[in-house]
Design a protein around this ligand. Structure first.
Ligand code: FAD
Length: 397
């Protein structure tokens, strides 16, 4: 066992878990997978907004890492372990790993970075513990139920989708979206903006464009919870607005603190919808191999953490997984046979407004409620989540 070489994968969400399953079938017997995940459960961000509003839906978005690999497998999954730092030939953990490692440092023969994005809760879980994360969502549902006057900051996909989830459960609650730019979903087609704007009007969700609110630390700490004393927000147009439930729906950022800073760089082109350039792990666009010289020999990166020229979506993570798996197998077996190159993931965005509304852009065409509902809104793509985790959904047992 100790002579096996380690293929270390950091992160076991959409990107890392899919690479691991593909490698299970193809990795030479000289190597084993060591899959390391900070949380003790898998989380489905795509269902998180509905789980914040609709009682019972929280049961759908958690999965267990039990039996991720069969009991007799040589592969190892470590959950509840955070990789604190990544270097050329090892990873350092936040605590000592059990046997066979008995150390907080694990040797890396080939490594895969799949650490994704950081988002505020509820787009990511509130805690590494399942119980606490579920409780936070249930509390959020109760807070939203009691709120009279919801204000959402940001008309990106998260803010817009959240407004639709609240309206689907509460037909009469006052909902206002504040957006600093002139459009919904900056970076996508005007037809998508128009389609969503018409639906928001019909649903009596108010939206103020070209208006901003300064997001201070104090304001952050008042967000995503019911406020006993209504908060008076000062808007950039000089007006004020009162709210007893503020939801900050502004975007996420890459989760790359374990990676050496020198390995990070901006995406070069083609990423729709991002407001400001952010640094992610610089990769070769074909092989998804990390470009930073000291990590280049052994490390790959995929999904939201990589600076691939793709939107940061599950679609992209799913397209990257077979490429990285084939590259790892090629390197492990010292062969170029079967090794694949990445070209481009499908560029699509789908923003439901509750189970029956919303709009979708796939490359260029824009589709409305019907397509969005069938394609995403009704089931929130849970059919892509549950098959990855054979341990099932702990809250549904
Ligand atoms: C509300 C919402 C709706 C969305 N809708 C869609 C959609 O309709 N279609 C679509 O394609 N995409 C959608 N997305 C985007 C999609 O969820 C992400 O692109 C996808 O989750 C990226 O997967 P990932 O594995 O790269 O990263 P993540 O999902 O961020 O996972 C990273 C994993 O790594 C772990 N990790 C991080 N750092 C460490 C560390 N140091 N040590 C150990 N573990 C670590 C984390 O705990 C996490 O499990 C949506 C996102 C949100 C928030």
């Amino acid at each position: 066992m100790s002579e096996l070489k380690n293929v270390v994968i950091v992160g076991a969400s959409a990107a890392g878990a899919q690479v691991a399953h593909q490698l299970e079938k193809t990795l030479p017997s000289t190597h084993r997978i060591v899959l390391i995940e900070a949380n003790n459960f898998a989380y489905w961000p795509i269902g998180a907004l509905r789980a914040s509003v609709k009682a019972g839906f929280e049961n759908e978005i958690f999965a267990s890492y039990d039996n991720f690999f069969p009991a007799d497998s040589r592969h190892i999954i470590l959950t509840g372990y955070k990789v604190a730092s990544i270097s050329a030939q090892s990873v350092k953990l936040d605590k000592q790993a059990p046997a066979p490692f008995n150390s907080d440092e694990i040797q890396v023969d080939i490594g895969v970075i799949a650490t994704g994005s950081k988002y505020a809760y509820p787009m990511r879980p509130s805690s590494q513990s399942l119980e606490e994360s579920v409780e936070s969502l249930r509390k959020l549902q109760k807070d939203i139920e009691q709120a009279k006057n919801v204000v959402i900051l940001g008309a990106g996909p998260v803010g817009i989708e959240m407004s639709g989830e609240i309206r689907a459960v509460y037909p009469d609650k006052k909902i206002t979206i504040i957006e600093r730019g002139p459009r919904i979903l900056n970076g996508f087609r005007e037809a998508l903006h128009n389609n969503l704007l018409n639906q928001l009007k019909k649903k009596k969700i108010e939206i103020k464009f070209n208006t901003s609110v300064e997001v201070t630390d104090d304001l952050q700490s008042s967000a995503q919870k019911l406020l006993n004393e209504p908060l008076k927000l000062s808007l950039s147009d000089g007006s004020t607005i009162e709210t007893d439930f503020l939801f900050i729906g502004t975007g996420g950022s890459p989760n790359v603190s374990a990676v050496p800073q020198e390995a990070l760089s901006e995406a070069t082109a083609g990423v729709k919808g991002s407001r400001a350039p952010v640094k992610r792990v610089g990769v070769d666009q074909g092989t998804l191999r990390v470009q930073y010289e000291p990590l280049k020999e052994r490390w790959f990166c995929l999904g939201d953490a990589s600076n691939s020229n793709d939107s940061k979506t599950n679609i992209a993570a799913t397209a990257h997984a077979p490429i990285v798996a084939s590259q790892v197998v090629g390197q492990a077996g010292n062969t170029k046979k079967g090794v694949k190159q990445h070209t481009k993931a499908l560029n699509a965005i789908s923003v439901p407004l509750g189970p029956d509304g919303g709009a979708t852009q796939v490359i260029w065409p824009v589709f409305g409620e019907w397509v969005t509902s069938l394609g995403k809104g009704k089931g929130l793509l849970l059919n892509l989540f549950t098959p990855i985790y054979p341990g099932g959904q702990p809250l549904k047992k």
